[in-house]
Ligand binder design. Sequence first.
Ligand code: IPD
Ligand code: CA
Ligand code: CA
Length: 261
Amino acid sequence: MADYTANLTVMTAAARKAARGLRRDFGEVENLLVSVKGVSDFVSKADIKAEQTIREELTRARPAYGWLGEESEPVEGSDPRRRWIVDPLDGTTNFLHGLPHWAISIAMEHKGEVVAGVIYDPIKDELFSAEKGGGAWMNGQRIRVSRRRDLSECLFATGIPFGAKKTLGRMTKDLIALMPACAGVRRLGSAALDLAYVAAGRYDGYWERELQPWDIAAGLVIVREAGGYVTDMDGGSDILGRGDLMVANPDVHPKLMKTVG
Ligand code: IPD
Ligand code: CA
Ligand code: CA
């Protein structure tokens, strides 16, 4: 088994460094909320700055790796088997509105598989991480998916399509089918934290469509290592390619799949 621990150390340091800037900028957002235009320009600069910080840190440590980040052009590395997949700020709408629920997501892919992931929520100071074969962790404590089996007791997360997204009709059907059968559905606005929370057993499952690889790459390995079952919305494994996913504890996943999708 390959050892990805050294990479996890590099990823964690990069996330913490970018978090310092984002935390400061988030403090400024409140002062800027009076001017909507001002605040969105400011947040977009904060976002780009965070990606630059992460990129500098990761590239300094692993110059040969490729790069896929939300805020810059993808780069093929001199080592074509390894790349970083990074969302410097997941939950931008929350950030923009002064809502303290957003995260940094950093994944490492090796031969097409995500093998290490870090999701850091700087406001709550919660750092979720995993490497393939090494279990999932939050701030040094082992985390696992929930053990609930009965759909009626389960709390789920999802993302509701907005803007130019096409799947609002399907989501509406999903909610009509699922809501009467479960304990609740949340839409907190950060796919990375939705995945981290399934891994930590806070949610029993999560599904969403029309996502990008950087929204979910780190979360995939964290949920898997926490014992969760991870598929695309048809039960297959092409999650990053399709951009849709369903994750849940292994007892609940088939029930969720039967109810939505
Ligand atoms: C968004 C968040 C959100 C999800 C959206 C994503 P961003 O990422 O993860 O929860 O529903 O589809 O685009 O834009 O805040 O990085
Ligand atoms: Ca995102
Ligand atoms: Ca983002």
